[in-house]
Design a protein around this ligand. Structure first.
Ligand SMILES: C[S@@+](CC[C@H](N)C(=O)[O-])C[C@H]1O[C@@H](n2cnc3c(N)ncnc32)[C@H](O)[C@@H]1O
Length: 206
């Protein structure tokens, strides 16, 4: 996660995600180029997703790194991102896979009446103007027995940004039947270095 580039030209969250796309995968946890980091994310993601192959909606999919891990495990992926440059990279990364990528707003994904087994969102909820509303909408996109898999955190020390796990629990209370929070900051293999801020995943069954 980086939060240093500020430009309001692309997104209401103050990031110019199109401009950031070219170097996005340079971060170890973004591009997953280091086999050890990749394997760490693959193992975690496998444990968060259903065992049987299903339909995964990856919102704010970026360059598609988690989409690719899900597709490699047999899941059918639909990715949505508001940045054309991110979508272009995701399409290239998953060329030939059972995956489609759409331009659109994660808070109101352009998926019509389609329903999914999983809504997967990494490092995106914190950018949305009304996260509670987005969560309520995402629940409506799930099939019965579906789940939200949310990977979030609070980054930085001087001017921290993000969603703390306790806050996300509160937001999920009216949305999910069960919420499991998994701390991730202590697992160096996920980040390729030591990190000292709050990082976690949530698996919320609806
Ligand atoms: C920090 S990146 C995370 C990318 C990806 N989920 C990952 O974990 O590698 C945030 C992504 O969310 C996208 N994004 C930000 N706000 C969005 C919105 N409202 N709707 C759709 N995508 C959004 C950005 O374009 C960017 O690709």
């Amino acid at each position: 996660m980086t939060t240093d580039a500020k430009d309001a030209s692309t997104s209401p969250d103050g990031h110019d995600w199109d401009a950031l796309a070219a170097a996005f995968d340079d971060e170890p946890d973004h591009g997953l180029r280091d086999p050890a980091v990749r394997e760490a994310w693959a193992r975690r993601l496998r444990s968060w997703l259903p065992r049987t192959a299903g339909d995964v909606l990856d919102l704010g999919c970026g360059t598609g790194s988690l989409s690719l891990l899900a597709a490699e495990d047999g899941h059918r992926v639909t990715g949505v991102d508001l940045s054309p440059a991110m979508v272009e990279r995701a399409r290239a990364k998953l060329a030939g896979r059972d995956a489609v990528f759409l331009l659109g707003d994660a808070a109101a994904p352009p998926v019509g009446q389609r329903r999914f087994d999983v809504v997967l969102v990494r490092h995106v909820l914190w950018t949305l103007p009304d996260p509670g509303r987005a969560l309520r909408h995402w629940r409506e996109l799930l099939r019965p027995g579906g789940r939200l898999v949310l990977v979030e955190g609070v980054w930085g020390t001087v001017a921290p940004v993000g969603v703390a796990a306790d806050r996300l629990r509160e937001l999920l209370a009216p949305v999910a039947a069960s919420v499991r929070v998994e701390p991730l900051a202590q697992d160096v293999s996920l980040w390729g270095r030591e990190v000292h801020d709050e990082r976690y995943a949530v698996v919320a069954l609806v």
